[in-house]
Design a protein around this ligand. Structure first.
Ligand SMILES: *Cc1c(COP(=O)(O)O)cnc(C)c1O
Length: 386
């Protein structure tokens, strides 16, 4: 099976992890701050907080922005469940914005309409979480105008887009948002096995997230309610978690960072080849907005079902049977039983549902060979032929 995504590990990565294994610190050593520094400087952000997953990063990002019961957080309907769950962990309500039919990202038009209504009913969101789906950046400048006008905070779910750019600047620099979150799961652009990171330019937010990732404990006398009892002393000043990243993971991440630009460039080469090879088939290939340089985590095609005799799920099955590990990113989150129990129903975001009825993610990762790509396209041709 050719998977839809997979990691790219070389000898330098293995040597970096081995070096940590032979050192004094498997966790809470020097590798984590070195990795944080590398990502912050590559992205042009002032602070970076490494954690054990992007899900944890989203959680402490929400908490650090004060998300609490009674608040509402909005995200896009087409994303992984973690983009919405983070608000639920904080006891907040969630709502979903429909997608743009071209980029499949959160639609600025729908967002603006929804904000206008919410202002009148007094239920404006505290935080909006745009997702750079497949790695393609959202229209952050337009989102920022709405942020200023309505006063919400923005967490960029950039789990698909480390290494990408928006208007020529690296995603993660925080020009249009409060916090940016990356994932280092093996299918994402670079990996630490499991891992995530939250970037911000706000020292106060960074400090809060650093506390929350490690039990809410401080060893800084300036933050304590009394003078330390002695050199062993620490205080728990918040209810935090153990969301720390280990040094083994950070060493892998630091080694992977050196290959980031090459990985993304390779993804672009693969995408251009797919674009050309799929042009004559009854599928819609991804549209790229000229303002963005995508991280290209995913390559999603949409089936022109009117021109195909098989159904969406038959095409999907045919591809899987041909050894192509296609996938579907994503089921509209509000259609998950957990969210249906909260009152969401089919029809909430019609554009997201149209997308869901047609989308298929083709294999996309730096190690994908030209022959494998030809095999994928041949299978798509076969599966969609009349
Ligand atoms: C992968 C992913 C996450 C969660 O990342 P983890 O590191 O696995 O916790 C969150 N949001 C989106 C859109 C993702 O694709």
């Amino acid at each position: 099976m050719i998977p839809y995504g997979r990691q790219q590990i070389d000898e330098a990565d293995i040597a970096a992890v081995t070096e940590v294994l032979r050192s004094d610190f498997l966790t809470q050593g020097p590798a984590v701050p070195a990795f944080e520094q590398a990502v912050a400087s590559a992205c042009g952000a002032k602070h970076a907080v490494a954690v054990n997953s992007a899900t944890s990063a989203l959680h402490i990002a929400c908490l650090s922005l004060g998300v609490a019961p009674g608040d509402v957080v909005w995200t896009t309907a087409v994303t992984f469940v973690a983009s919405a769950n983070c608000a639920r962990y904080c006891g907040a309500d969630v709502d979903f914005v429909d997608i743009d039919p071209l980029t499949y990202n959160l639609s600025i038009k729908h967002l603006a309409e929804k904000l206008d209504k919410a202002e009148r009913t007094g239920r404006l969101p505290k935080v909006v979480i745009p997702v750079h789906l497949c790695g393609q950046p959202c229209d952050m400048a337009a989102l920022h105008e709405l942020k200023v006008r309505y006063g919400f905070k923005v967490i960029e779910d950039a789990t698909h887009s480390i290494g990408g750019k928006y208007k020529g600047e690296p995603i993660g620099n925080g020009r249009y948002s409060d916090i940016t979150v990356f994932s280092f799961h093996p299918v994402k652009i670079i990996t630490t096995g499991e891992g995530g990171m939250a970037l911000t330019n706000d020292a106060e937010l960074a400090k809060r997230m650093q506390g929350l990732r490690s039990h809410g404990i401080t060893r800084d006398a300036a933050d304590m309610t009394q003078a330390p009892d002695g050199p062993w002393y620490y205080q728990q000043i918040d209810l935090g978690f153990n969301y720390r990243m280990s040094d083994l993971q950070a060493a892998l991440g630091l080694s992977q960072m050196q290959k980031l630009d090459g990985f993304v460039a390779k993804r672009h080469t693969l995408a251009r080849r797919y674009d050309q090879m799929l042009a004559s088939l009854p599928v819609v290939t991804p549209w790229q907005h000229p303002d963005g340089y995508s991280g290209l985590h995913l390559y999603v095609i949409r089936l022109k079902l009117k021109e195909i005799s098989r159904t969406h799920s038959e095409v999907f099955d045919t591809l899987r049977q041909a050894g192509i590990g296609v996938n579907l990113h994503y089921i509209p989150v509000y259609l998950q039983p957990y969210y249906e129990r909260l009152g969401f129903r089919k029809g909430h975001c019609p554009e997201a549902e149209r997308y869901y009825a047609e989308a298929i993610s083709l294999p996309m990762y730096p190690g994908l060979t030209a022959e494998q790509q030809e095999q994928v396209v041949a299978a798509v041709r076969e599966a969609t032929s009349a």
